[in-house]
Design a protein around this ligand. Structure first.
Ligand SMILES: Cc1cc2nc3c(=O)[nH]c(=O)nc-3n(C[C@H](O)[C@H](O)[C@H](O)COP(=O)(O)O)c2cc1C
Length: 348
């Protein structure tokens, strides 16, 4: 935890988690969060889908659902930022409270249910921003949608001109039935439709984000569908509906998706399974429980080209990104790698 966040953290911890999150977004909008002016170690530079990433550490979806602060988050040192999940129409999401800190476990449970301003407002913001730095757009379906696949296609079509990559999120546990879209047949149809919806922007990489709760066979099915649909990447993964026995916080019984430290090992194991299944045919993004350079390094060695995090920021503040990058660069050098890409899949 860096200096100024050490002062702010105890105050934020006493405020309702969603209110604290809104305060963080407002502070970022007001330019109150310091930028990372250090520049990245060249060993962290990498390329995915023909795009150069200054470092592999990205902000996961859910922090900036409405594209209010992607540039402020890029300035804080992330190599890329994913906004969303964006749904076609605005929706309010589930009743509050719906976001809980599990402080003893360095975890969070959320059952937000895709609250958001909707596609039009988000696209308006994306159009207005400078195209500097890599911003991905994560899309989903409205809760009351009659045709979920059409929702994904509509979001992809509208966002593609303004996105550096697109993600179909079929793994949120907080929209009833959404995760059923991970079945092979449904997923193939959904991804084929989303791919076509990019229209003339068919060079924008398309990814799918999966749940860490898939069985081994399900991971193979999803990977098969993703490869068959001809998409470009997979994010492994979203929050888990499981509750490890090690959890100590009284909030562990809240329903919703668990993220943060208790998710690390599960999500890295599923990532490894996905890497074995896709055999290099898609690029993988490792997400779940990353809080240190060693955690990020484990994801890369398990097959991730890029890494994302969200929950660790809640406990450590934005200075964490700089620390993770420094630790990761040191680990790569210590093991004799001269570039990040050499370490991808080293444990497979
Ligand atoms: C409060 C909260 C909201 C989230 N909202 C979304 C979302 O809208 N779309 C999505 O794909 N993932 C969402 N996620 C999941 C994260 O992107 C990420 O996959 C998950 O939290 C695991 O990473 P972490 O342990 O680093 O947080 C959310 C996570 C949290 C904690």
């Amino acid at each position: 935890m860096t200096g100024w966040y050490r002062l702010v953290a105890p105050l934020l911890a006493r405020i309702d988690a969603e209110t604290a999150h809104r305060m963080a977004i407002n502070a970022l909008r007001a330019g109150l969060v310091p930028a990372d002016r250090g520049g990245d170690d060249p060993i962290l530079a990498t390329t995915a889908w023909g795009r150069p990433f200054p470092n592999p550490i990205g902000l996961a979806a859910g922090f900036d659902k409405n594209a209010e602060v992607p540039d402020a988050m890029l300035r804080s040192g992330f190599g890329f930022v994913e906004i969303g999940t964006v749904t076609p129409r605005p929706q309010i999401g589930n009743d509050r409270p719906r976001l809980f800190r599990l402080a003893e476990d360095h975890g969070v449970v959320n059952r937000m249910g895709f609250p958001g301003e909707g596609l039009e407002a988000v696209v308006r913001r994306l159009k207005a921003r400078p195209r500097v730095g890599l911003v991905g757009v994560n899309v989903g379906a409205n809760k009351d949608s009659a045709d979920r696949a059409a929702d994904y296609a509509a979001c992809v079509a509208a966002a593609a001109p303004w996105a550096d990559y697109l993600v179909c999120n079929v793994s949120s546990p907080n929209t009833p039935g959404l995760r059923d879209l991970q079945g092979r047949g449904d997923l193939l149809r959904l991804l084929t439709g989303a791919r076509a919806a990019r229209g003339q922007h068919d060079d924008v990489p398309l990814l799918v984000k999966i749940a860490p709760d898939l069985s081994e066979g399900d991971v193979e099915d999803v990977a098969g569908a993703a490869v068959e649909a001809g998409i470009d990447g997979m994010i492994v993964g979203n929050t888990t509906v499981s509750r490890p026995a090690s959890l100590r916080s009284p909030r562990r019984t809240e329903s919703g998706g668990l993220s943060g430290a208790p998710l690390l090992d599960l999500s890295t194991a599923v990532l490894k399974r996905a890497a074995r299944a896709v055999q290099g045919r898609l690029k993988l993004v490792g997400c779940g429980g990353v809080a240190t350079g060693a955690d990020a390094y484990a994801k890369i060695r398990a097959g991730a080209t890029l890494v994302q995090l969200y929950t660790a920021l809640v406990f450590e503040g934005p200075g964490l990104v700089r620390t993770i990058k420094a630790e990761l660069a040191a680990l790569l050098k210590q093991d004799g790698f001269s570039s990040l890409s050499q370490a991808v899949g080293a444990d497979l």
